[in-house]
Design a protein around this ligand. Structure first.
Ligand SMILES: [Zn+2]
Ligand SMILES: [Zn+2]
Length: 386
């Protein structure tokens, strides 16, 4: 009798994750390797791969840090290649580390690196975000997992491609997001804006959360209702596994439209840039957290702030068109779309009726699903009050 064959997918494997299995060394090595390669690329081609705003702030120690990171990634990757039957993680770690070295060796000195054009891809943004989010969320998902699924689960690379594309294109999307709001704010009278901008920052922050979520709620609900919007938003709902990375699967049209309308509202009302900046950190952290594969109930928070369980129900394949809010669940109570069973988590995620959207980043970006809405009729469900 032969031993059961491990899952044959090139990345997903049934091999154990325990210490000594080469998983931890491979995972840390792969993340460090990709970080070193991103840093090396940013140093080698700063005018192409870094944002003009961040370019002058590339620290002088970045080259040394990237070199140390690459060496660590190489060592950890080699350990993983030695211990693990599936070589993908080790190969990524060693490959990225080796690829980073010639880039670092041929990178210009920093004074030259600080020069450059006004356009650039946000590889530096990608690098920083990947490290920060991995450090914050991967340990949470390993320590308190809702579902027993590997960190590198099926379609992980698809979602990483969405994550990378949003970071790399951040300059273009920021321009598209801010321009309508700037034009609108310039065209409208501004007698109230100086009053609003003088409010205490915490008050402005709360105001921004409420205004943003009112806009987000209705744009999101429209995205589920209007066929031409749904074809873009359906990409987000094609995800069949929830984790911190799954929320990145957001079609660029969907993301830009929602954010442009939110910013148009915020800029027209005239909130201070510092308060908007604090909100951006908050929304990035919360939007990532609510997709995480973390079993925390946060019962005391559920009525007031969107939690993972609330948003996981938005992704449930069996229940459609509920829980549209991004921050404030009581908006769904107010508008009749709230669905939160007393204890359960949804059994499955994805599109209704077993439909499967296009697979892979490029197909999702370019081949949009049919314009039909899922389900024939729109039914908005409410929970019975506790
Ligand atoms: Zn949705
Ligand atoms: Zn989501």
């Amino acid at each position: 009798m032969t031993a059961p064959r491990p899952n044959s997918h090139w990345l997903v494997t049934d091999e154990p994750h325990r210490l000594g299995s080469g998983w931890l060394s491979g995972t840390i090595g792969a993340v460090l390797g990709l970080a070193a390669l991103s840093a090396a690329g940013s140093l080698r081609w700063p005018q192409l791969l870094t944002l003009p705003e961040l370019r002058p702030h590339l620290p002088p120690w970045l080259a040394t840090a990237a070199l140390v990171t690459a060496v660590l990634a190489f060592v950890l990757g080699t350990v993983s290649l030695w211990l693990r039957r599936k070589k993908t993680l080790g190969a990524i770690a060693v490959g990225a580390a080796v690829a980073a070295l010639p880039l670092l060796a041929s990178a210009p000195d920093l004074p030259t690196a600080n020069a450059g054009g006004a356009l650039g891809l946000g590889l530096d943004v990608f690098c920083v975000q990947l490290i920060v989010y991995s450090v914050l969320f991967v340990p949470l998902e390993r320590l308190w997992p809702l579902r027993d699924q590997p960190t590198f689960r099926a379609e992980w690379w698809t979602d990483l491609a969405w994550f990378a594309s949003s970071a790399l294109l951040v300059q273009v999307t920021t321009f598209l997001v801010l321009t309508p709001g700037q034009a609108l704010a310039a065209a409208l009278p501004n007698w109230w804006r100086e009053h609003l901008a003088a409010w205490p920052l915490p008050v402005q922050f709360v105001g921004i959360v409420v205004v943003s979520d009112l806009v987000q709620y209705w744009v999101h609900r429209a995205s589920h209702t209007l066929p031409w919007l749904w074809r873009f938003h359906a990409i987000h709902h094609g995800a069949e596994a929830m984790d911190w990375l799954a929320g990145s699967r957001l079609h660029v049209v969907d993301a830009v439209l929602t954010r442009a309308l939110v910013f148009a509202a915020l800029m027209t009302l005239g909130f201070a840039p510092a308060a908007i900046g604090a909100y951006l950190v908050f929304v990035a952290a919360q939007a990532t957290f609510v997709h995480a594969n973390v079993r925390w109930r946060l019962r005391w928070l559920e009525p007031w702030l969107v939690t993972p369980r609330f948003h996981h129900w938005h992704h449930a394949s069996a229940v459609q068109n509920v829980n549209f809010a991004v921050h404030l669940p009581w908006l769904d109570r107010l508008f009749g779309s709230h669905h939160l069973p007393a204890h359960d988590w949804p059994p499955h995620y994805g599109l209704a009726g077993g439909q499967r959207g296009p697979r892979g980043f490029w197909r999702q970006l370019l081949t949009l699903p049919g314009t039909e809405r899922r389900g024939a009729a729109i039914t908005f469900r409410t929970t019975t009050p506790p």
